[in-house]
Design a protein around this ligand. Structure first.
Ligand code: NCD
Length: 301
């Protein structure tokens, strides 16, 4: 099994992965590190052609926690044979004979699918350009489930660069699996959600106004950074989509604020101490979710 798109999952499969993450977390918290060495003797390869902090390190840390090994090339664009002109396919053919599972991040949309076609081992898409980032969506759903106790029936507001933000593209696909989910899309017209993702939403509310969206009392507000590196002309952060204490004042008591991180200026630091600011807990959940994913792909669950 490969993980290429969030659109590949059934609700049952998502629930299984959440269950895995929770079980590994429980084992670790209650019985310590020796109790969750499910992937002993297995090797993870991480191949990142774009920068990453959380995604790469959480996959690697999860594999270590599970008793497995990690091989990596931190900046694959510069330090792998890509710089000598080797194709992605050739690199994957080789790496898949060294490792039991591969995590790939690459700037081209569709690259993960191309890589999976030649890989001898399970391949995980950790971001393919402005395409998708399915494991982020899985950890986002896990976070909503933990924070709100459910996903069905919730109102989500997605704010910022919806055109190039791949985490949003994947999360909206997953939300298509849940009942009575309401989605509000907040962006300038030039950064609106691509049509191929929009079709996963039944009746989206579309607005350019953050205040109008917040006044509708969403349960989950999901901020994104301007994906400046993917814009044809370098773009500045969207000042009109900044969350300060004032915007938090509009949200209801049980609402949560999410962000895949890194944030630039979308969320003021003064918001961090608000209990509804869930983004650091979200990043931590990524570690456990990725442990659950690795265990599943290696058939160790
Ligand atoms: C995101 C990404 O790489 O798409 N980062 C992440 O994995 N948490 C979001 C971003 O870079 O803005």
């Amino acid at each position: 099994m490969n993980i290429i798109s969030a659109g590949q999952f059934s609700r049952e499969e998502v629930e299984k992965l959440i269950d895995n993450a929770e079980q590994i977390r429980y084992q670790y918290v209650h019985y310590g590190p020796m109790a969750c060495r499910f992937n002993q003797g297995r090797t993870l390869a991480t191949l990142f052609y774009e920068p990453s902090t959380r995604t790469r390190l959480s996959f690697e840390a999860a594999m270590c926690r599970l008793g497995g090994n990690v091989i990596t090339t931190e900046n694959a664009a510069a330090f792998s044979s890509a710089i000598k002109g080797e194709s992605l396919e050739d690199t994957i053919r080789i790496v898949s004979s060294y490792a039991d599972v591969i995590v790939l991040r690459h700037p081209e949309k569709g690259s993960a699918e191309r890589a999976a076609a030649v890989s001898k081992v399970p391949l995980i898409n950790a971001g393919d350009g402005d395409g998708e980032h399915p494991t982020q969506a899985l950890l986002d759903i896990y976070t909503v489930q933990r924070e709100c106790g459910r996903v069905d029936g919730l109102h989500f507001a997605f704010v910022g660069d919806l055109r190039y933000g791949r985490t949003v593209h994947s999360l909206i696909r997953l939300l298509g699996l849940y009942e009575n989910v309401k989605i509000t899309l907040v962006s300038p017209g030039t950064l609106s959600l691509p049509q191929d993702v929009l079709k996963f939403i039944k009746e989206p509310v579309v607005t350019e106004s953050l205040h109008e969206a917040l006044a509708a009392k969403p349960d989950v507000v999901y901020l994104t950074r301007i994906q400046a590196e993917r814009h044809p002309v370098m773009a500045a952060p969207l000042k009109e989509y900044t969350i300060t204490r004032q915007e938090m004042g509009i949200l209801h008591d049980k609402a949560i604020l999410m962000h895949p991180l890194p944030r630039v200026s979308e969320i003021h630091q003064e918001v961090d101490s608000d209990p509804r600011a869930a983004y650091f807990r979200q990043a931590e959940n990524g570690y456990w979710m990725r442990a659950g994913i690795l265990t599943h792909l290696l058939g160790m669950d």
